[in-house]
Design a protein around this ligand. Structure first.
Ligand SMILES: *Cc1c(COP(=O)(O)O)cnc(C)c1O
Length: 386
């Protein structure tokens, strides 16, 4: 298998893990839509036995994702939540997890509503302040789980600092790198043990597939993940693997445009009198602007803002945009707008939402790769319409 290790990111997006099909010369990875593989004689096979265990299309995707994150081992899953589930299933009853208090709503739900009842305990902590980490530590702490930038408040966590602390206490650090993507940030290079992705978002990039991934350089983890993945079976279909692979080929170009448009929109929003607050790590007024400049190559494509006029006004803005579709999810080529309090973060209790700073009038946009001027005009008319 030709790998593209040693090449720049753009080259790895196109070539990592990918080689022309040895049988036909097909330049694109075939969709091996098969559940099983003929064996020459019992246990004599060509590396594939059954598609839950392994499938050639998935293998190419896994090698590509691993290369993008500077990982030795990559595993693809049927969704980001399936990837998260798999990692949590490596824990035992009684284990304690320190999780960032600004997490993807579905991840928090999985922790609090599903894994909690199997005896795993969680502390949700503001990891932007690393002193909070040591205060939350217990003898049973086995794992730290964070996102940076976080969702929807775009807080940043100093991954390298948390990784150092995690190593000192012999705790595993998991970073959900969905918002930054490997184009902008590589947590494994900063000391994380595992990286998780929802490939549904920027990596797939076209809002046409749901998927997830786990990447690592740790051979013990690799063995554990391969075993659990085969045991549990939350694997993606060959067609879905193909779609994610096709998305990856333009990841570097898309991220450039997402970042450029998002910075432009964030600046325009900042100048608008009906907007009381704009949150974007690429704005110099972001409280962690310096960390962002150090840790990320650019600030990604998500912008959050608070519109004056409260909850009802925020909902009206979301309903009035024409280019920005009102929808959950993010990271596709098309722009989306959503209202966390009533959509993505509705499953968090209102008092908890307020505690972590999710205002009722907060709006989150996923800035696509359309023309930035068109996007701004669309947002402006929605903000200014009665
Ligand atoms: C969407 C998302 C997930 C969950 O991924 P799915 O593919 O929807 O299961 C996890 N983390 C983050 C940051 C996400 O945005």
């Amino acid at each position: 298998m030709k790998t593209a290790d040693g090449h720049e990111f753009a080259t790895r997006c196109i070539h990592a893990g990918i080689a022309p099909d040895p049988v036909t010369g097909a330049i694109m990875t075939p969709i091996f839509q098969t559940s099983t593989f003929a064996q020459e004689s019992p246990a004599q096979h060509k590396g594939f036995e059954y598609s839950r265990t392994g499938n050639p299309t998935r293998k190419v995707l896994e090698e590509s994702l691993a290369s993008l994150e500077h990982a030795q081992f990559g595993y693809a899953f049927s969704s980001g939540c399936a990837a998260t589930t798999l990692i949590m299933l490596s824990l035992n009853p009684g284990d304690h997890v320190i999780a960032f208090n600004d997490l993807y709503g579905g991840t928090r739900r999985l922790f609090e509503k599903v894994f909690h009842k199997f005896g795993i305990t969680f502390s949700f902590v503001d990891l932007t302040d690393s002193s909070q980490l040591s205060r939350a530590l217990t003898k049973s702490t086995k794992m730290i789980w964070l996102e940076s930038p976080s969702n929807p408040l775009l807080k940043l966590v100093d991954i390298e600092a948390i990784a150092k602390a995690a190593s000192a206490f012999n705790i595993q650090l998991v970073v959900d790198n969905t918002f930054a993507t490997p184009a902008l940030q590589n947590p494994l290079l900063l000391g994380a043990h595992l990286v998780v992705h929802s490939t549904t978002k920027y990596i797939g990039g076209h809002s046409d597939v749901v998927g997830g991934a786990v990447l690592t350089n740790d051979t013990d983890w690799a063995e554990k993940i391969a075993y659990l993945s085969n045991a549990i079976g939350g694997v993606p279909s060959p067609m879905d693997c193909f779609l994610v692979l096709r998305g990856i080929k333009t990841l570097h170009l898309r991220m450039e445009k997402h970042c450029e448009n998002a910075l432009f929109i964030a600046k325009r929003l900042s100048d608008h009198k009906a907007i009381s607050r704009v949150i974007y790590p690429g704005l110099t007024n972001h409280p962690q602007f310096d960390l962002g400049q150090r840790q990320m190559k650019a600030s990604s494509g998500i912008v959050s803002f608070v519109v004056t006029g409260g909850l009802e006004k925020a909902k009206r803005v979301c309903a009035k945009t024409k280019l920005f579709a009102c929808a959950e999810s993010l990271g596709g080529v098309e722009s989306l707008i959503e209202h966390p309090a009533s959509m993505t973060h509705a499953s968090i209790r209102p008092e908890d939402r307020l505690k972590i700073g999710i205002d009722d009038a907060l709006i989150r946009i996923s800035v696509g790769i359309e023309d930035g001027g068109d996007l701004w005009r669309d947002l402006e008319q929605a903000i200014e319409s009665p």
